[in-house]
Design a protein around this ligand. Structure first.
Ligand SMILES: [Mg+2]
Length: 376
């Protein structure tokens, strides 16, 4: 059982989903742009740039988190039932023709449709897809490590079979639920080590080394009391040490250390952290969605709905998975802490999805076209 009171726990689940949505939507217009180009196109990152009227939409990152929430409700979090439920969530999600789906995720879901079992549908890739699905598992099950590891493995292997995908996703899950364990943040890496198998697989050792480096450099940054510019420079230097010259790539061992570096650097609030990460460039919707989920869960547990700016929640233009839908879905997850009884999944007007996805695709194409023109 979590050490948190139920109300704080619900806040945390809601903050996780909504924080992912805010980060995802804020990072979306900047995806794939260099830091210099995104600053000239979008100098103000305090609001969205995806749709006219400073409005934003979510992408696959937050959609996958919503799929996990629905699969948890349908299965009660019982591992075999969760595997089956999440596989069906992914299959039907693909039928909505989502724009911007990762290649490994696409192949994995196609294999599911062709009848390959969920144990073997993943393709050998260390893309960051499984990390998108991990944070909610971490918030729910941080205090039940065996269950967390089992559900994270199931979720990762549905689409990605490279062990790096599983370990990277597990690190994101632990970070999102870390506040429920009530350990000092400085113990994150040692706690993560305790979740890994012994003897340590080489891929897990590689991630552990990267996270130790992130923890050490973030601690130096905190001790120096860096300004925002100083934090940006520290992040830049850290991602360059990972081998990222043009922004943070979608490779799990680039994405996860960079996101956790910013989390460990302790930016002053959720939006400041998101802005820092987005300005580093690369796969900005995913990196910001992951950090948004972690910070959203943590800060919402402390201060409730004030953790996320009301303006950014209000200007999210989403349906049928609206912010209200996400809040209600998160709330329904609470009984799973104590029981594996399946719950009623949150109702979703699926017939609205093709229209919603068509508008999303149109906006993505518009941004692609817009990038051909100045300012460069
Ligand atoms: Mg995305």
């Amino acid at each position: 059982m979590s050490k948190q009171a139920p109300e704080r726990f619900v806040n945390s689940l809601q903050g996780c989903l909504l924080g992912s949505a805010v980060g995802d939507a804020l990072g979306l217009a900047c995806e794939g742009l260099s830091p210099r180009r995104q600053t000239s196109l979008f100098p103000d990152l305090s609001h969205y740039h995806f749709l006219p009227g400073k409005r934003g939409m979510i992408s696959d990152d937050t959609e996958h988190l919503c799929l996990v929430a629905q699969a948890l409700l349908r299965s009660g979090g019982e591992p075999r039932a969760f595997q089956c439920a999440l596989a069906w969530q992914l299959r039907f999600w693909l039928l909505g023709l989502p724009a911007g789906i990762g290649l490994a995720t696409l192949k994995g879901i196609l294999k599911l449709w062709l009848g390959v079992s969920p144990e073997h549908s993943g393709v050998f890739s260390a893309g960051n897809g499984p990390a998108m699905r991990a944070s909610l598992l971490g918030v729910l099950y941080a205090t039940q490590p065996e269950k967390l590891k089992a559900l994270n493995r199931i979720s990762a292997r549905l689409t990605h079979s490279d062990p790096k995908a599983e370990w990277g996703a597990l690190a994101i899950a632990l970070a999102a639920g870390f506040h429920t364990l009530q350990h000092p943040q400085g113990e994150f890496v040692s706690q993560f080590r305790s979740l890994l198998p012994t003897p340590l697989p080489p891929e897990a050792q590689e991630l552990l080394t990267l996270l130790e480096k992130a923890e050490e450099q973030a601690e130096q940054g905190r001790e120096q009391g860096l300004s925002e510019q100083g934090q940006q420079a520290a992040l830049q230097s850290f991602i360059e040490s990972l081998g990222c010259k043009k922004g943070i790539t979608g490779y799990m061992y680039h994405t996860v250390p960079a996101v956790l570096f910013v989390w460990l650097l302790q930016p002053k609030d959720v939006v400041a952290g998101l802005q820092l990460l987005i300005r580093a460039g690369g796969d900005t919707d995913t990196t910001a969605a992951l950090l948004g989920a972690i910070l959203g869960a943590e800060r919402s547990s402390e201060i409730g709905s004030a953790a996320l700016p009301p303006d950014l929640l209000k200007t999210l233009w989403e349906w049928p998975r609206s912010t209200a839908w996400m809040s209600e879905t998160a709330q329904k997850l609470l009984p799973l802490l104590e029981s594996e009884s399946p719950q009623m999944p949150q109702k979703l007007a699926v017939w609205q999805l093709p229209l919603r996805n068509f508008i999303f695709l149109f906006a993505v194409l518009f941004h692609g076209f817009r990038r051909l023109f100045p300012p460069y």
